[in-house]
Design a protein around this ligand. Sequence first.
Ligand code: ZN
Length: 202
Amino acid sequence: MDDSQEKIYRCKLCDSLFKDSDMSEEHYPARSTGNEDIVALDIIKMFETMQSEKVYSEIEKRLNAGEKSEDIAGNISDSQLTTSLYPKGRTARTLCRKCNTFLGKYDKAYLRFFDLDGNPKAIKGFQRQTKYQVIKAIYAKFLSLPETQNEKFDFVDFIRDENETSYNGKWKLYFVKRDKRSDLMGIQTSHLKQMSQRKSSI
Ligand SMILES: [Zn+2]
């Protein structure tokens, strides 16, 4: 294949055109933050499974054998409810190599945030610049989402300028603390417990 037939992409950060070979294969979210083997949870199947007698008796048996309900829930969802969608993690070709390298700096800061589990006390101690890098790393990931392909984001300049500290656009970030109520697996686990209690009271 000669060069003229090679697919041309527009980098979402610098807005220039590149040949396929000059584009990068970036991970969203970063591979280091758990984006390695993404699975799709089949939610309808999940509720069907929770009502199935067969699964019910399997859970019952395993609970009686002393297995923890959390372990059973995790195992059942892994083996029966999920399909491996992206065995190599989710990747996209939306950035040129140069921009991807540039964003790597932000990803490093984000990794520190991720490793500390977003602990507000620890994050408070971050340098101001690092905090901006974390924020920019998160914004930057939106550029690589297939769902945002036709979106013209107003934060591109904010990300591209390392020293920029103000952004007054329409996109805002919210952080949600994960707990049993916000976590799907948590719902499943508590549902399981409920079921086993119900069963034993009959
Ligand atoms: Zn670029």
